[in-house]
Ligand binder design. Structure first.
Ligand code: NDP
Length: 455
């Protein structure tokens, strides 16, 4: 059968764009639809603008620390509108680059909503007509999830936070995950009074417990009011003047703004996947195998919409692997093991591999587990007088000697973990770390100088 395209990609984010470009480079006729802005969540309202805002808020710490090094820093003020305008300019530049690069690779971009009408057909909303493709790739990402409760409509999410016209002077952030914890740091650094509300016992569930405690303590020392073991019962009031009532009689908080960061759900609603017969999981995720194939041979899916590992670089790898499998004829699986990642809390976290708790689950395979952990005051904090400590931690197989986990909390933790990730991916042992000469004077040298197990 003659199709309009060899590949139609729905979603112009990180995973979709990579897949489209690689497929086009293998001479496939490729089209893509994006209903919002090219670049997807990461570029438009995720990782990139978030990191720019983390940088912006980090100056508060730098100004404070400067005094210890002899600087006199004058009166400080922050212009939120200037930050947002500068951020918008950069995002627009990146959006343009994404579009140009895709088009230069030969990808035809349709700026409209696309929905499946069958296993090989797509309806384009603005164009009002149907196109056909031999292969369809669903790369529609995720969307913020806000639970339903009294006044939930007052809450903003990470979709709106990047475009607030003014910085809230008092903000309640709900959730204990990546987004909530990162934004707590951003607003705190910029001068807002931040309360983070989390239903569990400690924020950042799923990460190493020692890391979680270290970060939560540091965030509180920096002024963030973290309230655990409670949730929001209701939000009443009007914009700029809300009352947030907590459950279990945990009190009320007055706030200008309430932000929900309670997870993201796969963006599959109304996408027509049912018309193509594509099977979805309980969270609405597209069910795929290790090659990113759905149950329908012509339909594939990559990135957050598959609810595997919601990280941009992982989506990119999945998109690349898909295109190599289908259009280069080389069966390629994205590798989801030992993925280094950073959480841009303040202080920052870099983490790769297993937490101490996870490692205990595989202790038998490794002849037991050794933990090397050091919390120390980095050199920067000696003259600055800042009391905050860095945390470096290695989780090691006692007999296998394998470094199973590496966790860093502190300045440039994200930069460090990228390189530790290379070593771990190569199967580094503790002795490999030990025989690597330290880079002096750095904080990172602690990773190769921890001699005696802590436990
Ligand atoms: P997360 O899944 O990280 O965290 C969601 C948080 O919301 C958890 O603390 C969860 O609690 C809580 N929660 C969930 N449902 C409810 C509810 N009904 N009521 C109250 N609290 C609730 O999601 P995020 O939104 O923070 O981030 C989404 C994804 O984006 C992440 O999984 C991550 O992969 C990606 N991301 C990555 C970043 C990075 O790499 N630096 C940065 C930002 C996002 P509980 O723990 O009890 O389940």
């Amino acid at each position: 059968m003659d199709y309009d395209y060899d590949l139609f990609v729905i979603g112009g984010g990180s995973g979709g764009v990579r897949a489209a470009r690689v497929a086009a480079s293998h001479c496939a006729r490729v089209a893509m639809a994006e209903e919002y802005r090219m670049g997807g969540t990461c570029v438009i309202r995720g990782c990139v603008p978030k990191k720019l805002m983390v940088y912006a808020s980090g100056f508060a710490e730098a100004f404070e620390d400067a005094a210890g090094f002899g600087w006199t820093v004058g009166e400080r003020s922050h212009d939120w509108s200037a930050l947002i305008a500068a951020k918008d300019k950069e995002i627009t530049r990146l959006e343009g680059a994404y579009t140009r690069n895709a088009e230069a690779s030969g990808v035809e971009i349709h700026r409209t909503r696309a929905t499946l009408t069958g296993p090989n057909s797509i309806h384009l909303a603005d164009h009002g007509h149907e196109v056909t493709a031999k292969t369809i790739l669903v790369a529609t990402g995720g969307t913020p999830f806000v639970p339903d409760f009294e006044g939930s409509h007052h809450a903003i999410t990470s979709n709106e936070v990047f475009d607030l016209t003014a910085r809230p002077s008092r903000i309640v952030i709900v959730g204990g995950g990546y987004i909530a914890s990162e934004f707590a740091g951003i607003f705190n650094g910029l001068g807002s009074k931040v309360t983070q509300v989390y239903r569990g016992g400690q924020i950042l569930r799923g990460f190493d417990d020692e890391v979680r405690t270290h970060v939560a303590d540091a965030m509180q020392a920096r002024g963030i009011d973290i309230r655990c073991m409670t949730d929001v019962e209701k939000i009443t009031g009007t914009p700029g003047n809300y009352t947030v009532t907590l459950t279990g009689g945990a009190g009320e908080i007055e706030a200008d703004c309430v932000m929900y960061a309670t997870g993201r759900i796969p963006n599959t609603e109304g996408l027509g996947l049912d018309k193509a017969g594509v099977a979805l999981g309980p969270r609405g995720e597209v069910l795929v195998d290790a090659l990113s194939r759905t149950n329908v041979p012509s339909v594939w899916a990559v990135g957050d919409v598959t609810d595997r590992m919601a990280l941009t670089p992982v989506a990119i790898r999945e998109g690349q692997a898909f295109a190599e499998t289908v259009f280069a004829g080389v069966e390629t699986r994205a590798d989801h093991a030992i993925v280094p990642t950073a959480i841009f809390t303040q202080p920052e976290i870099g983490t790769c591999g297993m937490s101490e708790e996870e490692a205990h689950g595989v202790a038998e395979t490794h002849g037991g587990i050794e933990i090397y952990s050091a919390a120390f005051r980095p050199m920067m904090n000696t003259l600055s007088g800042r009391d905050e400590r860095m945390l470096m931690k290695l989780v090691v197989g006692k007999e296998s000697r394998k470094v199973l986990g590496c966790h860093v909390v502190g300045h440039a933790a994200g930069e460090m973990i990228q390189m530790a990730g290379v070593a771990m991916k190569m199967g580094a042992t503790k002795e490999d770390f030990d025989r690597t000469v330290a880079v002096h004077p750095t904080a990172a040298e602690e990773l190769v100088t921890m001699k005696t197990p802590t436990r």
